[in-house]
Design a protein around this ligand. Structure first.
Ligand SMILES: Nc1ncnc2c1ncn2[C@@H]1O[C@H](COP(=O)(O)OP(=O)(O)OP(=O)(O)O)[C@@H](O)[C@H]1O
Length: 327
């Protein structure tokens, strides 16, 4: 099958300006995306999501690995590959702040070789669709963050590319606007049949918009699965973390201070630890705790708890009823 996005083993290192220390922000990421798929890149702060997106849209060169867009290698034919992509970066950096909404849309359409006349009705239609008609002649810098975000999305739609990358599309938006932008993205994905890849550390955003989610942690993919499967995973609320070291008793005790955790195996080069949590957000807290301890996670799996185990845990008082009820 021909994949519209094909990423193989990309790595990115940064050198810190002051200390000259080298940080490997992305440590060998590979995945493929089918045409029309809506994929979320999820992960805690500093996981490497933005760096990955920046490499995919040609703003940064990977130190290693290949990125193919529609079969075209970005490293070899950058401009040709980029013709298939629109990017909505966090902070709406792709807009001209001193131009009006309409001027921005006209400018970016012109940039893509379309005449003003040809796009004018398209622009009207989009402004209407995004509920921005009344703001068409206002300068972008006078708009709210949410409206600016919608203008950025309109620019991406006007450029008529098959792929749209969105970096943190709802960051900093109030609840109502965040809801509106989420709904808009969901409708767009369906109506315009776009391939969408969005980064976020907001679980509900990914859950609502995406079919598939890739979770990145410390520069590596730890989970890549369908959102429906992930929801089941959040339902069971137990995860099995495979880590690239042997877990000391001290570290285990530290984790057990925060969560119910059981060491499944602790031999060879890796340990497997099952952690039970009561809220989906706690998933990140577990990752953060590992990070603080400098423990490298190799993968995260859903841990199936059978009824007998649940029963025993309840009897021993290890598991709250709330958790048991959802298993
Ligand atoms: N230009 C840079 N120079 C040095 N280090 C950088 C640079 N950009 C990112 N980093 C570092 O690379 C790592 C990954 O950053 P990145 O912005 O890709 O993560 P992220 O998952 O998008 O995080 P967030 O959710 O906080 O935006 C972090 O440790 C970050 O400090």
């Amino acid at each position: 099958m021909e994949y519209i996005i094909d990423i193989q083993g990309i790595k990115k290192r940064y050198r810190k300006r002051k200390s000259k220390e080298i940080i490997e922000a992305v440590k060998g990421v590979s995945f493929k995306v089918k045409r029309g798929e809506v994929v979320g890149l999820l992960g805690p702060n500093g996981a490497g999501k933005t760096t990955t997106i920046k490499m995919m849209c040609g703003l940064l060169l990977p130190n290693e690995g290949t990125i193919k867009i529609n079969g075209i290698d970005i490293g070899k034919q950058r401009l040709k590959a980029l013709r298939h992509i629109s990017t909505v970066l966090e902070g709406n950096r792709n807009l001209y702040w001193r131009l009006t909404v309409r001027e921005n849309l006209e400018y970016f359409s012109g940039n893509r070789g379309l005449s003003k006349k040809a796009v004018s009705s398209q622009i009207d239609e989009l402004l209407e669709r995004l509920n921005l008609t009344h703001k068409a002649n206002e300068m972008v810098n006078s708009l709210s963050r949410g409206m600016q975000q919608k203008v950025s999305i309109a620019v991406a739609l006007l450029s008529n590319t098959e792929i749209i990358f969105l970096d943190e599309p709802t960051l900093g938006l109030d609840i109502e606007t965040s809801y509106e932008v989420r709904k808009l993205l969901k409708d767009i994905a369906k109506e315009y049949n776009k391939t969408i890849l969005l980064s976020s550390h907001d679980m509900p955003v990914v859950q609502e918009i995406c079919e598939r989610v890739i979770i990145i942690n410390e520069g590596r993919i730890v989970t890549d699965e369908r959102v429906s499967d992930l929801l089941d995973l959040f339902d069971t609320k137990a995860y099995s973390f495979t880590i690239n070291s042997l877990l000391s008793n001290k570290d285990l005790n530290e984790i057990q201070k925060h969560f119910m955790a059981e060491l499944e195996t602790n031999e060879g080069m890796q340990s497997v630890l099952t952690v039970t949590i009561t809220h989906s957000e706690d998933f990140y807290k577990v990752i953060e705790i590992f990070k603080d301890m400098n423990i490298d996670i190799d993968k995260v799996d859903r841990s199936i708890i059978d009824f007998e185990q649940v029963f025993l845990k309840i009897v021993k008082g290890e598991m709250k009823r709330e958790v048991a009820a959802t298993v």
